[in-house]
Design a protein. Structure first.
Length: 259
C-alpha cells in the first residue's frame, strides 16, 4: 500500500478498467452471436445514435428497398437514389420511430412515400420512366433461357411485365409490388399504406383484373404454342401453374383474394 492514496486508487487496473472492458467485449460477442432484431437495432439508433446498429439495418434492408424503389419508379438510377434517401430519412427521423411499431413497416412506409412523391413530381413535369439498364434482372419472372430464341422471348416477357406494371395507377402498383414481389401479407400492406385491409384486397383484385385484360398483345399471346408430346401434363406456350397470364407469380384467388 502506498501512503497517502486511497484503497480504490491503488486497485490493480485489472480490477477496474479491464474488468469493465471484458464485460463489454463479452456483451458484444454475445450480441453478435445471437444477433438482434430490427427493433432492437433501431432502438439503439434512436437512443444512442449507434452507427453499428444503423449499418446493420442498412445492410439488412438496402436491397429490398432498392428493389421497391426501382419497380415503383421504373428508373434504375432514380430508384438507387431514393433507396439511399430512405435510409437518410430513417436516421434523420430516428426520434420519430415508436418502439411499439415494427421497424420494417415504418421503413416500407418511408420508401413508398418517397416513391409516391417522385411519381407525383414526374407527372407534373410530364416525364416518362426510364428504361432500366438491367431491367431484365429487376423484373425477371422466369429462368434464363439456354437458347437465343427462348432468351429473346423471355426478354420480351420481362419487358411486357415491366410495361404492364407501370401502366397501373400508383395505388394499384404499390399493392402489387409489395404483395407479389416483396411477399408482404395484406395486413402488413394495409399498415404500410395506412388504409383498411379490405381496401388493399380490392386494389389487388382490380390490379390483377387490369393485368389480365392487357396480355392480348403480350409475348404469350403473340406467338403460337408449340405442340408437346402426349406424355406431358400441360401445353407449352401457355402460362404455367406458377405464373399467371399477367406474368406475375400465381397466387390462389378462389372467389376472392386470399391472405
Amino acid at each position: 500500500m502506498v501512503p497517502g492514496r486511497t484503497d480504490v486508487e491503488q486497485l490493480p487496473i485489472t480490477s477496474r478498467d479491464e474488468r469493465g472492458a471484458l464485460n463489454t467485449m463479452a456483451g458484444s460477442i454475445l450480441t453478435s452471436l445471437l444477433g438482434c432484431t430490427d427493433e432492437q437495432a433501431m432502438w439503439r439508433v434512436r437512443t444512442r445514435d449507434d452507427p453499428e446498429a444503423f449499418a446493420r439495418l442498412v445492410a439488412r434492408w438496402q436491397e429490398p428497398i432498392r428493389r421497391l424503389c426501382v419497380r415503383m419508379t421504373g428508373d434504375e438510377h432514380r430508384g438507387e437514389d431514393l433507396s439511399q434517401e430512405a435510409f437518410t430519412r430513417v436516421f434523420a427521423r430516428r426520434k420519430d420511430w415508436e418502439p411499439a411499431a415494427k421497424f420494417s413497416t415504418w421503413l416500407w412506409r418511408i420508401a413508398v412515400n418517397l416513391c409516391h412523391d417522385e411519381l407525383r413530381r414526374r407527372t407534373r413535369r410530364g416525364q416518362q420512366p426510364l428504361e432500366s439498364e438491367d431491367g431484365e434482372t429487376e423484373f425477371a419472372i422466369a429462368d434464363a433461357a439456354p437458347d437465343p430464341s427462348a432468351h429473346s422471348l423471355a426478354s420480351e416477357r420481362v419487358g411486357f411485365v415491366r410495361d404492364a406494371l407501370h401502366r397501373l395507377a400508383e395505388p394499384y402498383r404499390a399493392v402489387v409490388v409489395l404483395r407479389h414481389y416483396e411477399g408482404l401479407k395484406f395486413r402488413e400492406i394495409a399498415e404500410v399504406l395506412g388504409i383498411p385491409e379490405g381496401t388493399v384486397k380490392s386494389r389487388m383484385t382490380e390490379a390483377l383484373a387490369q393485368l389480365t385484360r392487357w396480355p392480348r398483345s403480350s409475348p404469350w399471346a403473340s406467338r403460337p404454342s408449340k405442340p408437346s408430346c402426349s406424355c406431358s401434363g400441360s401445353r407449352r406456350g401457355t402460362p404455367t401453374s406458377k405464373t399467371a397470364a399477367h406474368g406475375f407469380p400465381r397466387r390462389k384467388v378462389a372467389g376472392s383474394v386470399t391472405r
